[in-house]
Design a protein around this ligand. Sequence first.
Ligand SMILES: *Cc1c(COP(=O)(O)O)cnc(C)c1O
Length: 368
Amino acid sequence: MQPKAQLLGLPSYQPGKPIEEVKKELGLTKIVKLASNENPFGASPKASEAIKKAAGETAVYPDGYARQLRESVAKQLQVDENQLIFGNGSDEVIQFLCRTFLEKGTNTVTAHPTFSQYKLNATIEGAEIREVALKDGVHDLDAMLDAIDENTKIVWVCNPNNPTGTYVKEEAFVRFLDQVPPHVIVVSDEAYYEYVTASDYPETVPLIDRYKQLVVLRTFSKAYGLAALRVGFGVASKELISYLEPVRPPFNNVTFGQIAAVSAIEDQAFIAECVEKNNEGMKQFEEFCQKHQLRYFPSQTNFLLIEVGLDGDEVFQALLREGFIVRSGNPLGYPNSIRITIGKKEDNAALFEALERVLTQTSLPQHS
Ligand SMILES: *Cc1c(COP(=O)(O)O)cnc(C)c1O
């Protein structure tokens, strides 16, 4: 057997242990997961009602063109239906983009640190990855422009950025688009779009008419609370979408995902409520950090990257013993930090108590 050379040494995704298993191992009765930026308040009840109603519809394939969902998203974003492509999570749309445009001899430009899937998928396609360091935690768009050459196919702007939560401002993004050569695709990954409150954050969908190489990615996994159902999408010019469609597997979005997403879009009051609670939770977190003089990147998302001044893996382990699953900054490019999803008010408060205990310990517990 001989896999593609670029696959040798690629690690497989390491899933976290199931919560039930961790509970048993550590003798805990309650575990709060604040690791993957899911919505701690779940999803609109309308979504689960719709799934229940459709529960019997398992024998037929899903609608391979996601017509109802397409209609509903097109209306919400005021774009044509053929300007959308749906993926099994926006992760899958990232995969479509890489499969469509990248191969050996091409390159792609990303920030560093940023969301891991751009690099992973580009590597699988055999492309060269040009990583440009963040500047003060934000995409360095000028340096990213400098990294572009005639073999560059895609530039990724994760906005807001995961894992820092920082954002690129509208003015900077438009100036960037004006300078990117027309043969280069610009992806704006907006997984946290609904949580953004900054008034100078770019509204990118209306820019698609002017910039034919722009792709906007959105997802139902974060604020919409449908991570389990894997629905994300890309918005772009009709021409660009037509290049991606042949790469998409015919039934990549399951029926329940499509149905739930349609109902979730209709319940904007739920989203507004979650965003409001997230803002309050973010304030709690910022106050905690200020009180303990912990540095963090100001975040436009539902998570915060906090510099704890200790090895992120150790702090992760210590918090796990206290019943909290967070994300170590270590694999994310910030070894002395942890990334924490903003949770429910009472869970945040309990986390702060646990983190206080962990940070004031003279020596952290050993790895088990
Ligand atoms: C969570 C996330 C995604 C993907 O989510 P899906 O569940 O695949 O839709 C994409 N980009 C970023 C930056 C994310 O944080």
